[in-house]
Unconditional design. Structure first.
Lengths: 257, 282
């Protein structure tokens, strides 16, 4: 297996706050990796150094053969799909769903080139794939949070990425929307042979979706391995600094009826 | 009504200035409204005003002073807006008050009568010279051509800067470009509309267009159209009632906004929202 993400001793700081304290991680082509940890543990920062949006203080990051330095990230980002948390979109924003999906192709097209019929066909195809083709002409601000996340995934797919980064794509969504989005991501990962990094707090979905789980705490990788081995009550108790009994009761509450 | 006034050169210059200023300000206004940065525009218009007064005081072309200081303010505002450092309102408030303070300082230091300064404050489209029109024409053409060429990058940057960056668009570059165009447009329109009023001609036509459409292309066209209409109707009222043209142009643009807001289709409640809710348990 060849690593398409190779992070060596990455240190990232935001002024006096150190977000990553020497993180090393390799991800092989085709892997689906879940990243779990408490708030402020460095999960989002880890994703941003993979797509070149974050600035490294120390260390080296190589993604899809690109050795990332400050300023060269935009050519890499054309090959990396990134879905952030549900965004607040102006309900009166004068753009429809189809136009937002097309933004995914703008980086690939480059300046001075307008989208061709072929580009619009790709946008329509990915909208159909995420089950949003019936809302293609709807203003983007009129969609629910779950629908907007499906559009964000469609926008990433329009990019025809080799690598998919998802930063809590189901945060603040209801249970039905959460499971729908995660099933969709897993299905797309398999059918398009992508490499996927998923940051989530939804521990229940990880054993089903992920090949490997990375646990993060205080800017360090605290553990990594198979989700079945790693996501034990004892580990989660230590990771989140809460008693084992609380972990057990939370898991029972979260289990589908 | 005696229409022979339109045969005079100064009136033809004014009509052309209103057209060019309306197109440039209306187009720039779309950025200001959709990127939620009205205070940035206010700040830059006061910077341009202070720069023009500096030119008047030191005896060089006020347009050059306006251009230099509005671009300087863009260079300070750009990183603040891009990185989200400090609270943007607080830092913009500091720059705004500094620019206003500088404007009054330069006005106070100016020897003799302050008629030139007051003209910059209120604007006087009827005294626009050939050079003013050429400068306004160049700026309007550059704004329109750049929007046409880089429409897709501008659209993505306006929609969401971080998202645009994540698909490989250099959105920081486009943000600075937008601020640069805003500064240039404000400087070029300063003598026609005036330092205190120019921002209304940027904001009002775009805000009116924003009420009426869910298409960004249509919003650009409507906003430029409303800008031109504000200029022409304002000019007509200024002539009829013999009152300052800058004020009538801005009041007209505000009335256009009010009409658009009242008849906005975006305010209508959809039929399905008034249907009765399903009964609980079904």
């Amino acid at each position: 297996m060849n690593s398409i993400i190779d992070i060596e001793n990455a240190v990232v700081s935001y002024r006096e706050d150190i977000a990553l304290r020497g993180v090393s991680l390799k991800v092989d082509s085709g892997e689906f990796v879940g990243i779990v940890g408490p708030n402020g543990s460095g999960k989002t920062t880890l994703l941003t150094i993979v797509n070149g949006l974050g600035r490294l203080h120390q260390g080296q990051v190589t993604v899809l053969g690109h050795h990332i330095t400050s300023g060269n990230g935009h050519s890499l980002r054309k090959k990396v799909g990134y879905v952030a948390q549900v965004q607040n979109i102006d309900p009166r924003m004068p753009m429809n769903v189809r136009e937002v999906v097309m933004i995914g192709r703008y980086g690939l097209l480059g300046v001075l080139r307008r989208p061709s019929r072929h580009d619009w066909e790709i946008a329509d195809a990915v909208l159909a794939l995420v089950g949003m083709d019936h809302l293609a002409r709807r203003p983007i601000g009129h969609l629910s949070g779950g629908e907007q996340q499906r559009v964000a995934i469609a926008r990433c797919l329009a990019q025809e990425p080799e690598l998919l980064l998802l930063d809590e794509p189901t945060a603040s969504l209801d249970w039905k929307a959460q499971s729908g989005i995660l099933e969709l991501v897993k299905q797309i990962h398999n059918s398009r042979h992508l490499t996927t990094l998923l940051v989530t707090h939804d521990l229940g979905c990880l054993p089903l979706a992920c090949d490997r789980v990375v646990l993060m705490k205080e800017g360090l990788i605290w553990g990594e391995g198979s989700p079945y081995e790693l996501l034990t009550d004892d580990n989660l108790s230590q990771l989140y600094d809460i008693p084992v009994s609380v972990v057990r009761s939370r898991r029972q509450e979260a289990a589908p009826v | 009504m005696d229409l022979s006034i339109f045969g005079y050169q100064f009136m033809q210059n004014a009509i052309l200035s209103a057209f060019l200023g309306g197109v440039a300000c209306g187009t720039i206004g779309v950025f200001v409204v959709l990127m939620h940065m009205p205070f940035i525009g206010v700040c830059m218009s006061h910077a341009a005003f202070a720069g023009a007064l500096l030119g008047l005081w030191l005896g060089f072309n006020p347009l050059i002073g306006a251009f230099a200081l509005s671009l300087l303010s863009a260079a300070i505002i750009g990183p603040l807006a891009d990185r989200g450092e400090l609270s943007p309102e607080t830092s913009l408030g500091v720059i705004f008050s500094l620019m206003l303070g500088l404007a009054f300082l330069f006005m106070g230091l100016m020897p003799g009568t302050k008629s030139g300064a007051l003209e910059l404050l209120w604007g006087s489209i009827l005294t626009n010279t050939r050079n003013d029109i050429i400068y306004l024409g160049i700026v309007a053409a550059v704004v329109v051509v750049l929007v046409l060429i880089f429409y897709k990058e501008i659209q993505a940057t306006i929609f969401h800067r971080d998202m645009a960056r994540s698909v490989g668009i250099q959105s920081t570059l486009f943000l600075y470009g937008i601020l640069f165009l805003t500064g240039s447009t404000i400087s070029a329109s300063l003598t026609s509309i005036g330092g205190l009023l120019i921002f209304s001609l940027i904001l009002n036509p775009a805000a009116a267009a924003y009420q009426l459409t869910y298409s960004m292309k249509r919003m650009f066209l409507l906003s430029a159209g409303f800008g031109v209409l504000s200029g022409w109707i304002g000019l007509l009222f200024s002539y009829i009632f013999n009152i300052p043209s800058g004020a009538t142009i801005v009041v007209t643009s505000s009335v256009i906004f009010l009409i658009a807001a009242i008849f906005s289709p975006k305010r209508r409640v959809k039929g399905w929202q008034t249907k009765p809710l399903p009964e609980a348990g079904h």
